[in-house]
Design a binder for this molecule. Sequence first.
Ligand code: SAM
Length: 500
Amino acid sequence: MDREERRRLRKQGHEDGPLLPAPGMEEVGRYFNAGNFEAAGEILEEILSVDPKNFEGNFGLGLVRAAEGKAAMAVSFFKTAAAVRPRDAEAHFNLGLALFQTGEPEEAAAAYRRSIEIAPNAATWLNLGILYQDTGDLAAAASYAKAIDINPRQAQAHNNLGNVRAQAGDREGAIRSYETALEIDPGNAAARSQLNAARARTIQGWHLPMLADTARNDAYEKAITQAVKKKKGAHVLDIGTGSGLLAMMAARAGAETVTACEINIPLADIARQVVSENGFADQITVIGKSSEKLVVGKDMARPADIIVSEIVDVGLLREGVLTTLSHAVQTLAAKGAEMIPASAEILAVLVEAPALRRVNPLSEISGFDLSAFDVFRDPGYRKIFLANQEHKLLSRPFPVAAFDFRTFRPGDPNHFDTLELEAEILEDGAAQAVVFWFELRLDEETVISTSPASGKTHWGQAIQFLDTDIPVCKGDRQAVTALLGIQEISFFLPVGKKTN
Ligand SMILES: C[S@@+](CC[C@H](N)C(=O)[O-])C[C@H]1O[C@@H](n2cnc3c(N)ncnc32)[C@H](O)[C@@H]1O
């Protein structure tokens, strides 16, 4: 059909009543699909020159202008189309898309909502979600969820929901969404890279250095192997299995069965995969739960003969080792069960550490007063490698606290014991910090020490700065007070209190 013929038919059609469909629309579709927007636009403009309120003409020209990147023009055509047919969901949807392009999010959201009222649709909910997400509106998650309700196979909605969840700090939810997006669309590169990033953030930074700490791994393997060999048919419980490493050591040593629990669900899922890939799926059951939620007879067939764990931070207590192991001994262990580790001790030393002191607390840096920034500093302890820091050891190491995990029973979780300790001063100086570490007794033979003197472990040492410098002299016996809670320890030096 040539241009003249179209014009003739259109004129006739217009005079005879509304054009449905307008002559030439098939050609418009062909041009549009071939990316020839100019030719498609020309025909549509001809239609509108005869019948400015023609729905197809306005709707089609809206699509053409949007495809050409002329969003403001597209808005005007979609508005006319939506006015001509107020119950046309697609007109409102496309108006929403174009308004979003022109930077009018509120009007765009209204157009999407109108479209949804007329005909709820996964693509519209998805785009409403994108709009909300773009404007930082928390309603984004609910919109993506609606899109998924209508079409559970819409990979982009799962992926975008993953992004909203990741932004809200829901790492596990984000990982589940990305995994679903990838199940639906395995080639979805965005979901793949976001899943990798979310998984990397799931594990704390210390997991990899910990796994690279071969002295730690070897010490555990030695103790685990000996314990398993001593107990024929042993059932082992690995609390906080992480990658599954200690559970697999137990299985390799010949444990009959191993229950490996891990509170971090994405970690537990991967541990299950690791266990299976190493051929231990028949021996090891990985459970994504806190040990404190395990039930004997349900999660584990029988109480454990050996309880293995490595849930200690640089200061020993913050990962909750005392409560966790006390609970495990009382509810998950067979009578006389072995504990690896069996006990631990915290030791400490007074140090002068002038370089670190400059930022503990924060005061003047490069001539500026940064003391207000000190609110962001954790006044408790943190990890250092003492050997890498400028420091002077001022005292002999002194014992702080010892715990036998087989018998320790926590009391009031809010209670802090006050421990009156004493440090024998070996050097004159200013006591600025307490450096402390632990000795973890795995069994009668094997001890892991994180002391500065016993070589590098991934744990390093804990350092806690004192509020003020305390001058000490060689030969003094300096009083030190420790406040010991179930998951925390802190130190201070009573000013002027020498015990000699
Ligand atoms: C320091 S990592 C050790 C991982 C692994 N056992 C190893 O030695 O390579 C401790 C792990 O225990 C988990 N965890 C801590 N307390 C737990 C508990 N009560 N129940 C289950 N998992 C726990 C943490 O999420 C973390 O992944």
